[in-house]
Design a protein around this ligand. Structure first.
Ligand code: UDX
Ligand code: UDX
Length: 462
């Protein structure tokens, strides 16, 4: 079983945003285990083995570099990894279905099921299978049936161990998680497997922060955590629209309510909309599950969170067009930021995608700048490359522009020389702050017409 110098071999199938960093942390904290991360995508594995990792995450490179080759290995040999490990994390993607029943809402579990069938085919010894991907509640039951419908005497115990890391802070979140959730069956084998996984985390996480539940609660809690976080953003975004009509200031409202310890201050920043691979996908999944149990009121309630997010993105573009004298055709508009949030190169479900597309449809000359996400932006907008420009340097992007829209809260956008920027822009110069991160009064004094979110606009004309 595994190499003799290690006490345990852990495999992870799926070397993505979740699998890669999570396993790197386990390997770093547990040098006594061999950790093998496998993926069917050879290019991705090559990148994990190189100096330029496939994803950007502060502190990730340092973490990988310490453990790689020591007890952390990246490979495309899925079979060998399954064969030699006692614990297998499965972190393959579970996108929203694009076809057939539940299209646009339900999770597409085909990669998960194929992975499970592959495990059954190869395994010769009992294994603990850990659901790391976010999955619909009761998936573990289906997996249990597929895995344990074998006649070679091998037993698989399925645990749910959802990952709560956020991108941009993955390493900090993994090192000091608010909690680690381990869901298991309450059978003797289930509890034994649970304790084994708890032991892995206990190498660096306080025991009080390791929460054990039944497997269905663990699966559902992941969807609910994301739904609640997204719901806070949609709630404050709905209020930003009302603020713009009433001269209330959404940042003041958010601060005032956030100081109530029952509400708390986090995830109350109004924005052009939430993005990321999880929020929308997981809420739609929750909606689908609720509908499928006939709980239509529950489904409509959560669907509202996604609808409000779509509304916020449209509202942002509508406002841009309206204030720029009802036309943006042939106007150069610089989008500052394309990543769905700061400190990541990830653009999945980024509000910038929708905003860029809507502006392109209006025949604006869109130019995109971002410190990490230009490559992804090119892929996202592959079908309209003729109508969009990319510039690494924000000063270049803004040159000759009629407007700037702040799309991502990159710290560097706070520090730019806006006096220099406006001197190279068309007049009147517009600035739409989709993240409320800039000093609006100062920008106004420099000559910008400033349109924050949920705050009074500052204009040099009536
Ligand atoms: C994924 C899920 O989308 C998310 O729901 C879950 O919470 C964690 O896993 P992420 O890591 O961001 O999130 O996905 P992604 O970056 O797409 O990585 C998945 C990897 O699995 C890809 O590298 C893909 O090549 C790999 N994969 C997929 C396999 O190795 N085998 C397969 O059969 C399918
Ligand atoms: C989220 C969850 O936080 C994490 O626990 C889960 O494992 C995966 O999904 P992530 O998508 O990486 O993580 O980013 P998060 O920081 O939650 O931000 C999601 C989106 O909400 C971003 O577009 C962000 O800009 C936006 N946001 C966040 C706001 O618009 N306002 C806020 O106050 C906070």
């Amino acid at each position: 079983m595994g190499d003799s110098k290690f006490t345990k071999t852990i495999a992870c199938i799926g070397a993505g945003y979740v699998g890669g960093p999570t396993m790197a942390m386990i390997a770093l904290k547990c040098p006594q285990y061999k950790v093998v991360v496998v993926d069917i995508n050879a290019e991705r594995i090559d990148a994990w083995n190189s100096e330029k990792l496939p994803i950007y995450e502060p502190g990730l490179y340092e973490t990988v570099a310490q453990a790689r080759g020591r007890n952390l290995f990246f490979s495309t040999d899925v079979e060998q990894a399954i064969f030699e490990s006692e614990i297998i994390f499965v972190s393959v993607n579970t996108p929203t279905k694009t076809f057939g029943q539940g299209a646009g809402k339900a999770a597409d579990l085909q990669y998960w099921e194929k992975t499970a069938r592959n495990i059954v085919k190869i395994a010769k010894t009992d294994k603990i299978i850990v659901e790391k991907s976010t999955l619909p509640v009761r998936t573990a039951q289906a997996m249990d049936r597929i895995l344990n419908a074998n006649d070679n005497g091998v037993h698989f115990e399925v645990l749910s161990n959802p990952e709560f890391l956020a991108e941009g802070t993955a390493i900090a979140d993994l090192e000091k998680p608010d909690r680690v959730l381990v869901g298991s069956q309450t059978t003797e084998l289930g509890l034994k497997a649970r304790d084994e996984l708890v032991q892995v985390y206990a190498n660096w996480v306080d025991k009080e922060r390791i929460l054990t539940t039944n497997v269905w609660s663990a699966e559902l809690s992941k969807l609910v955590a994301n739904a609640f976080l997204a719901q806070r953003i949609s709630s404050i975004n709905s209020i930003s629209a009302l603020c713009e009509k009433t001269e209330a200031d959404v940042t003041e409202v958010s601060r005032a309510i956030g100081m109530d310890t029952r509400i708390g201050s986090r995830f109350l920043n109004s924005s052009v909309g939430f993005g990321g691979s999880c929020f929308k996908k997981d809420i739609l999944n929750l909606v689908y599950i609720a509908d499928s149990y006939g709980l239509h009121e529950v489904a409509r309630y959560w669907e509202g969170v996604v609808n409000m997010n779509e509304y916020q993105k449209c509202r942002f573009v509508d406002n841009m067009i309206k204030v720029m004298f009802n036309t943006v055709a042939d106007k150069r508009i610089a989008l500052f930021g394309f990543a769905f949030k700061a400190d990541t190169g990830d653009t999945r479900e980024s509000p910038s995608i929708d905003v860029a597309r809507q502006l392109i449809e209006e025949h604006a000359g869109v130019v995109i700048t971002d410190p990490q996400a230009i490559e992804n932006a090119k892929t996202d907008l592959a079908d309209c490359l003729g109508s969009v420009e990319f510039a690494r340097d924000p000063y270049e992007a803004a040159k000759g522009a009629h407007a700037i829209a702040i799309m991502t809260e990159w710290d560097e956008y706070r520090k730019l020389d806006y006096e220099k920027i406006i001197s190279q822009m068309e007049r009147p110069a517009f600035l739409f702050d989709g993240r409320n991160i800039l000093d609006h009064k100062k920008l106004f004094e420099l000559g910008f017409n400033v349109f924050p979110l949920g705050q009074p606009s500052l204009k040099h004309y009536e």
